[in-house]
Design a protein around this ligand. Structure first.
Ligand SMILES: Cc1ncc(COP(=O)(O)O)c(C=O)c1O
Length: 377
C-alpha cells in the first residue's frame, strides 16, 4: 500500500473534515435545510472573493465558469482583448472565438507576465472593446499577473475586466471589488480544498449591464437563471449537493484561518519551495512567480521522467509542463490543504528521484533550504 501525496496545482488534497461532509447522506435541494447551507456558502464566498457582489455556484469545472463569462456578456462580432501568458490565458481566446467574438491580443510569451501598459495601448487603439480577459495565477507557468494595475486601467474605460482566479482564489491575494474586477471566475479543486466539480462566477454592476445586450445563445449557463434562483437560495438546476455541503466546511476552515493568513501561508510555502528548487541548482521558471505553485526548469534528458518516477515510486504527485513546456519544467503546488510537512516530504522525494535519474545533487540540500525558509519566514 502506498500513501499518496498530492502536490499538484489542482486537484489539491481535501482536509478530513471536508471529506467527511462528502460522505453524509444526500439532501434534497428544494428544502429549507439545503437553502440554509446555500445561503451560508454564498455569503462566505463573498468574503473569499472579497466582493459585495453575489457569487453564483454552478455544476462544472472552472472552464464552465470561463465559458459563462464569455457567453453572458458578449454578442457575436464583439471585440475583446485577451491578455494571457500561458495555457489558461490562451483558453480565453479559444472560448471567445468559438462564439464568433473578435480577439485582440495583449498577451505575453509563456513564462512572462502580462504587461498592463500593453492592455492600455490596446484599449486606446480599439475603443469598441467590450471586455478584457486575463488570468490571476497562470498555473501552466507559475506566474502571477498584476490584476490591481490592470483593474485601474480597465476601470477608466467602458470595457469590463474578467479575471480567471481558478488556481489563485484562496491562495494568492485577490480583492475583486478593491481591484475593480468586473467578472471573477473560479473552481472548487484548488485553494478551496474540495473535489473538482463546482465552479463560481461573480459579476459587478458594470458587467450585469452587458448581460442585457448579450446575444450569444445559452441555456444551462444563462447567468440570469442563476440570479433568479439565488434570490430564494436555490440553483436553477440540480446542484452538486454533496460538494456544496462540503464547501460549507472548507469555507468555515478558511474563515477560521482568515483570508489574509491563508494568503500569507501560501507566500511562506512559496518562499520555501523556491529555496528548495534553487538549492537543487534548478532555475526558477517565470518572470513573477506566484504563490500557489512553483515552477522550475529541469534538464530535458530527465524532464519527462521526474513526475512519473515521483508518483510511481514514492506516491508523490507533482505536475510537469504543458504543451511546449512538456518535459522542460516541473510544478510543485503549495495551496489549500498542502502544508509545510507535505512540502518537505515532496522535496525529500524529489531529491531521491533526481539522484536516481543521474543528476549530480547533494542530498538533503533542498530540504535544508526549505526548512530554513520555513523557520525564518
Ligand atoms: C488558471 C486556470 N484556469 C483555468 C483552469 C481550467 O479549470 P478546469 O480544469 O477546472 O476547467 C485551470 C485548471 O488547472 C487553471 O489553473
Amino acid at each position: 500500500m502506498k500513501k499518496q501525496y498530492l502536490l499538484t496545482p489542482g486537484p489539491t488534497p481535501i482536509p478530513p473534515e471536508v471529506a467527511l461532509k462528502e460522505a453524509l447522506p444526500i439532501l434534497h435541494h428544494r428544502t429549507n435545510e439545503f437553502a440554509a447551507i446555500y445561503k451560508d456558502v454564498a455569503e462566505s464566498l463573498k468574503y473569499v472573493f472579497q466582493t459585495k457582489n453575489e457569487v453564483f455556484l454552478l455544476a462544472g469545472s472552472g472552464t464552465g465558469a470561463m465559458e459563462m463569462a464569455v457567453t453572458n456578456i458578449l454578442s457575436p462580432g464583439d471585440e475583446v482583448i485577451v491578455a494571457g501568458c500561458g495555457n489558461f490565458g490562451d483558453r480565453w481566446i479559444k472560448i471567445a472565438e468559438t462564439y464568433g467574438v473578435k480577439v485582440i491580443s495583449a498577451s505575453a510569451p509563456w513564462g512572462n507576465v502580462v504587461k498592463p501598459a500593453e492592455i492600455e495601448k490596446a484599449l486606446k487603439a480599439n475603443p469598441n472593446i467590450k471586455a478584457v480577459y486575463t488570468t490571476s495565477t497562470e498555473t501552466s507557468t507559475g506566474v502571477v499577473n498584476d490584476i490591481k494595475a490592470i483593474g485601474e486601467i480597465v476601470a477608466k474605460t467602458n470595457a469590463v475586466l474578467v479575471v480567471d482566479t481558478i488556481s489563485g482564489l484562496a491562495g494568492q491575494e485577490f480583492k475583486m471589488d478593491e481591484w475593480k474586477v468586473d467578472v471573477t471566475v473560479s473552481g472548487s479543486q484548488k485553494g478551496l480544498m474540495l473535489a473538482p466539480g463546482l465552479a463560481f462566477i461573480s459579476l459587478s454592476e458594470k458587467a450585469w449591464k452587458l448581460t442585457e445586450t448579450s446575444k450569444i445563445p445559452k441555456f444551462y449557463f444563462d447567468i440570469k437563471k442563476y440570479k433568479k434562483s439565488y434570490a430564494t437560495n436555490e440553483t436553477p438546476f440540480t446542484p452538486p449537493v454533496t460538494l456544496i455541503v462540503a464547501l460549507q466546511e472548507s469555507l468555515r476552515l478558511i474563515k477560521e484561518r482568515g483570508i489574509e493568513n491563508v494568503w500569507n501561508d501560501c507566500k511562506l510555502l512559496a518562499k520555501a519551495a523556491r529555496a528548495g528548487m534553487q538549492a537543487l541548482g534548478l532555475e526558477l521558471f517565470g518572470e513573477v512567480p506566484c504563490e500557489v505553485v512553483t515552477s522550475a526548469k529541469v534538464p530535458e534528458e530527465i524532464g519527462g521522467k521526474i513526475v512519473k518516477t515521483l508518483r510511481e515510486k514514492y506516491g508523490v504527485s507533482i505536475a510537469g509542463g504543458q504543451a511546449d513546456l512538456k518535459g522542460k519544467i516541473i510544478r510543485f503546488a503549495h495551496m489549500g490543504y498542502i502544508g509545510k510537512a507535505d512540502l518537505l516530504v515532496g522535496f525529500a522525494c524529489l531529491e531521491m528521484v533526481l539522484v536516481e535519474l543521474g543528476m549530480k545533487i547533494e542530498k538533503g540540500k533542498a530540504v535544508a533550504a526549505a526548512e530554513e525558509a520555513l523557520l525564518n519566514g
